[in-house]
Design a protein around this ligand. Structure first.
Ligand SMILES: [Cu+2]
Length: 150
């Protein structure tokens, strides 16, 4: 009985400290997790995927991306309407406060068009993301075998 009581006290302490999270500003609170790009040949198009975590107290927006390995880079979303899959450039990806947004197959992705070089499995490319509040974040993105189509 005593142990259960102690356990409950610890639990309630943990829960209350959780609710008193200190407020944070958006700058520096954006985290990019597990980025990768699909392998492709020079002149081809491919896509990069990742998860973007906004642990801040304010929403942020991914505005655009750039990559020296491609002639053109767009932030895109794949949609399926009437059984037809299409993708188009989006003006930004909303990153709600305290949420993680996944760039994944059949959804948001970074489109790398007209590659200047072959993207070989095991190599790394540099992609810079530009956020409305967090500013620019440059990532080393590993190239992987195609497993996730845009
Ligand atoms: Cu695309």
């Amino acid at each position: 009985m005593k142990n259960i009581l102690v356990g409950l006290l610890v639990l309630s302490f943990l829960l209350s400290s959780c609710g008193n999270a200190t407020p944070t500003i958006s700058k520096g609170v954006v985290e990019v997790l597990a980025p990768f790009a699909n392998e492709a040949g020079a002149g081809e198009n491919t896509a990069a995927f990742m998860s973007i975590k906004n642990s801040g107290a304010e929403a942020d927006t991914l505005l655009k991306a750039s990559c020296d390995a491609a002639m053109m880079v767009q932030v895109m979303e794949t949609k399926i309407e009437n059984d037809v899959m299409s993708m188009g450039e989006v003006s930004g990806i909303d990153l709600p406060a305290g949420n993680t947004v996944e760039l994944k197959s059949g959804s948001y992705h970074i489109m790398l068009m007209d590659l200047k070089q072959e993207l070989k499995v095991g190599s790394t490319i540099s992609i810079t993301l530009e956020f409305a509040k967090a500013g620019k974040i440059t990532l080393d993105v590993p190239v992987k075998a195609i497993g996730n189509m845009p």
